[in-house]
Ligand binder design. Structure first.
Ligand SMILES: Cc1cc2nc3c(=O)[nH]c(=O)nc-3n(C[C@H](O)[C@H](O)[C@H](O)COP(=O)(O)O)c2cc1C
Length: 313
């Protein structure tokens, strides 16, 4: 299947395995690339030298293209970008920041740049900054998210109407039917996060993967909007945040409660009570932990079946 995105990244299928803190190391990224989609290493939870190690291992594990996701809130971002260039990474997805900051620097070094947005306004800013493609991520997505609460179903056609560069849809897509729907609405490809958390190759703790496959509709909520809005499983930590909200807390009090390393504790170390458990609404439709190759096969099979079913309507 060839289109603007498969051509841009030199991949077989128009699917991106999302960069995800504590979940997408070299194992997940290389398995994804080997399965014919674009694998992304999530740099957001890695010290610079740890990222270097993951890039080197990924290069050994796959001959196919892969990229790195860099949330621009990252404190040591200069070091991260230098390592990306030194290690010859050719694709970077930036998120959580101003697309102008790094786009020309990266493009000047021969790197394809994609920026993640959650609104039409920022999609336009990203296009103006010169990125090669935009990921538009709806409110239902796992992880950090926009404040506008625009869902994927409304965001994609609205961004499509305004931008000319390739568009990747993210948020709530875990099946081939969802993928087809996003593409009918105007996306050229999809970025899939939550579905790959529950893969054999993700670095999530087994206990967290189990929570994901057992999650039902309504088990996640976007919270901590005053800090950086994030969609979480409603566990004890989430309930503690809600209890604090009842006291009209200051931003400082919220920061104190969040503390440090909550995401690592929850997703990587498996502390299901005190940890931060980031996952999307679509977890309610994810029922099993599967190898990446099977997830990709299923997505493409469902996509083709859905196309046939639609043509029968
Ligand atoms: C556990 C988790 C961690 C995430 N970490 C990041 C990140 O580091 N950088 C980023 O740009 N997006 C991050 N995201 C968002 C994903 O890249 C992706 O856009 C999103 O998961 C898509 O929605 P879905 O979860 O419904 O598939 C994260 C998502 C999850 C579930």
């Amino acid at each position: 299947m060839a289109n603007k995105i498969t051509n841009l990244f030199q991949i077989k299928y128009p699917i991106i395995q999302a960069g995800m803190v504590w979940n997408s190391g070299w194992r997940l990224a290389s398995a994804s690339s080997n399965a014919g989609i674009l694998g992304l290493i999530g740099a957001g939870s890695m010290y610079p030298e740890v990222l270097r190690e993951h890039i080197q291992k990924c290069k050994q594990a796959t001959q196919k293209p892969f990229g790195v996701n860099v949330p621009m809130l990252y404190p040591d971002i200069d070091k991260i970008m230098d390592i990306i260039v030194e290690e010859g990474v050719k694709i970077v997805f930036t998120s959580a920041g101003n697309p102008k900051t790094w786009t020309s620097w990266l493009k000047g070094r021969g790197i394809t740049v994609v920026h993640v947005v959650s609104s039409v306004k920022f999609a336009l800013k990203a296009q103006e900054a010169g990125v090669d493609a935009v990921v538009a991520e709806g409110f239902e997505a796992g992880g950090h998210n926009g404040r506008e609460e625009t869902t994927t179903f409304t965001l994609i056609p609205m961004v499509r109407e305004e931008i000319q560069i390739p568009l990747i849809a993210a948020g709530g897509i875990a099946t081939g039917q969802g993928m087809l729907a996003a593409m009918v609405l105007g996306a050229d490809a999809v970025q899939v996060g939550s579905r790959f958390v529950a893969s054999e190759e993700s670095s999530a703790h087994q206990a967290f993967k189990k929570v994901v496959v057992e999650a039902k509709e309504g088990d996640t909520q976007l919270t901590l909007k005053e800090l950086a809005p994030v969609r979480l499983i409603k566990n004890k930590f989430y309930e503690d945040v809600q209890a604090l909200y009842k006291t009209s807390p200051s931003v400082e009090q919220l920061k104190d409660l969040l503390g440090r390393a909550r995401a690592k504790r929850g997703m990587f170390e498996g502390d299901l009570e005190e940890g931060e458990l980031e996952i999307g609404q679509i977890a309610g439709l994810i029922h099993d932990i599967k190898p990446v190759a099977q997830i990709v096969n299923d997505l493409m099979q469902e996509f083709e079946d859905a196309k046939r079913a639609v043509s029968d309507l």
